[in-house]
Write a protein that binds this ligand. Structure first.
Ligand code: NAD
Length: 481
């Protein structure tokens, strides 16, 4: 069994009280690593180290170009270690090796892109209406930033936060999910190797109630960047507001995926299937509500059922596997619970609907790809985030009805639709209330393009050039001439 340590102030450390917790492989349920169970004391130590690194030591004296150089070196190290990092995440969260290798091809880009921005942060000279005063602005870093991440894509979601935060000159404390801490600790080895000064990047492992809350409320923490569930986001938002901390919240989704009757059907079928079943449905952007125009509903449903039926479930480390396990036992129970709720609500289960009847998979946390037809948008299966391989299919007649159903949710993270009609593309993409809209594609993400939620899906945007502003504050300097 592998034993990990936390990374605090440039040193590898156990939890102050020596406690650890186990992390299990979702494919076979076996414990494969022991992780330090950090507590309040460890979280405080990490924040204090990050505060020291921000206020004294080599980091604040580095030029912006030197910060950019370090970030680009980190990007190179991630690329060189992609296979190792991918294997660790597959072992820890059950995501497919193919998906992870694809993700790791892109994760370095966040460090290259924001590394390139580090020395392009400029202030302004403002011609204020006072003849005897010279006014300019500086964009300054905030201080200690905290990144709290969920279990579904630990390294990718960390990159969204860490790369702009360091580019802007902040220091950082990362708290990965208690279910998937290992890859962030492996990543910290690369930060060390890249040559970042001690305390600039720290990782505290442990649970939300103690480590997470300490990081959220500590007086030295200026900013919290959180990705996770709506419930935790609400708690963090409340605490941050009480203490005037800046916050970005990337929360859940119940994304509508609409297929109009003029869609290129085969492309739409592939898009819908990967939209919901990639990462076993455990993505915030999963297209979990499928809205199909009534004229093509039955034909389209048959096609997606036939394709989903062929998906090979199995060992996520094998490149031939198409559907892996879900990440945690509570998640498995939650998904099975929602399947029962949907059946109870009168939706018709046309595929899957339980654990696979396969002895080889019985030790892991597998759920069959599941499709419900005859869903009404007011059912819980259409309103609540399942975060699993469960698709709810809803028929519609007109464009107006599709948009109404799409928007009839508390969430607004993403949406997709398939049509060849340009007027419809422009009208529907304007009418849907979601932070990202995909047309004739699904699931495209870029470090260059803003990502974030409308409504309960969050506050703020990550990625894209403007996201570096999440990690800066503007000072106006007035000089009497
Ligand atoms: P979660 O909210 O349970 O946990 C996320 C993180 O918050 C973990 O590190 C956890 O330890 C920590 N945490 C828990 N309680 C805390 C507290 N009181 N204070 C501070 N930190 C605390 O979420 P999860 O189950 O790990 O992840 C799944 C959720 O993440 C889904 O809702 C999904 O939609 C969302 N998600 C959103 C995006 C996005 O970009 N919008 C991306 C991925 C996942």
């Amino acid at each position: 069994m592998q034993t990990y340590k936390m990374f605090i102030d440039g040193k590898w450390e156990d939890a102050a009280n020596g406690d650890t917790f186990e992390t299990k492989n979702p494919f076979n349920g076996q414990t494969w690593a022991a992780i330090p169970k950090g507590g309040r004391e460890d979280a405080e130590r990490a924040v204090e180290a990050a505060h020291r690194a921000f206020t004294s030591g080599p980091w604040p004296k580095l030029t912006a170009s030197a910060r950019g150089h370090l970030l680009r070196r980190l990007g190179d190290l991630i690329a060189e270690n992609a296979e190792h990092l991918a294997t660790i995440e597959v072992t820890d969260n059950g995501k497919l090796i193919n998906e992870m290798l694809f993700q790791l091809k892109y994760i370095p880009q966040w460090y290259y892109y924001f590394g390139g921005l580090a020395d392009k942060i400029e202030g302004a000279v403002i011609p204020i209406d006072k003849a005897d005063t010279f006014n300019f602005t500086r964009n300054e870093p905030l201080g200690v930033c905290v990144g709290i991440t969920p279990w579904n894509s630990p390294l990718l979601l960390l990159a969204y936060k860490l790369a702009p935060a360091l580019a802007a000159g902040n220091t950082f404390v990362a708290k990965p999910s208690e279910f998937t801490s290992a890859s962030t600790l492996e990543f910290a080895k690369l930060v060390e190797q890249a040559g970042f000064p001690a305390g600039v990047f720290n990782v505290v492992t442990g649970f939300g109630a103690d480590v997470g809350e300490t990081l959220t409320t500590h007086k030295y923490v200026a900013k919290i960047a959180f990705t996770g569930s709506e419930g935790t986001g609400r708690k963090i938002g409340e605490l941050a507001a009480r203490n005037f901390k800046k916050v970005t919240l990337e929360l859940g989704g119940k994304s509508p995926h609409i297929v109009f009757d003029d869609a290129e059907i085969d492309n739409a079928v592939n898009g819908v299937i990967s939209g919901i079943f990639a990462a076993t449905g455990q993505t915030c952007i999963a297209g979990s509500r499928l809205l199909v125009q009534r004229k093509i509903h039955d034909q389209f449903l048959e096609k997606i059922v036939n394709l989903a039926k062929t998906a090979r479930m199995g060992d996520p480390l094998l490149t031939s596997t198409q559907v892996g396990p879900v990440t945690t036992p509570p998640q498995l129970e939650k998904i099975l619970g929602y399947i029962n709720i949907a059946k109870g609500e009168g939706a018709e289960c046309v595929l899957g609907g339980g654990r696979p009847d396969n002895a080889e998979l019985s030790r892991g946390w597998f759920v069959e790809p599941t499709i419900f037809s005859g869903v009404r948008n007011d059912m819980r299966i259409a309103q609540e985030e399942v975060f699993g391989p469960v698709l709810a299919v809803i028929p519609f007649d007109s464009d107006e009805e599709a948009v109404h159903i799409a928007n009839d949710t508390n969430y607004g993270l993403a949406a997709g639709f398939w049509t060849q009609d340009m007027r419809r593309i422009l009208k529907v993409s304007a009418a849907i209330q979601a932070g990202t809209i995909w047309v004739n594609t699904y699931r495209v993400i870029s470090y260059m393009s803003p990502l974030g939620g409308y409504k309960h899906s969050g506050i703020g945007r990550e990625n894209g050039i403007a996201s570096i502003q999440n990690y800066m504050q503007t000072k106006s300097v007035m000089i009497s001439t």
